[in-house]
Design a protein. Sequence first.
Length: 109
Amino acid sequence: MEKFSDNIKKVILAGIGAVAVTAEKSKDLLDEMVEKGELTVEQGKVLNEELKHNIKQKVQETTENKEEDKSSVSDSDISNLLSRMTPEQIEALKEQLAEKEAAGEDKDE
């Protein structure tokens, strides 16, 4: 009978030991996951800031390029545009130019 009770005692102690080891391993695993989670959040913040900076830079470059494109209209571009216009469109353009010139003369006075 004593062997039987010794065996039960060993099984119970082994169970308690297993629970204790599992609890320790779970705590270590949980701490590691939390640490990785914190790193992930920090990395996400850094990547977010880099992305914001890159987007601002691209927008600024695009805006600068568009402003450069607007100011660099060549004579050939104008000739090509005029050659594709209908006579009605050319008349409308002439009227708009005359209005602009009249408005410009009014400002000079």
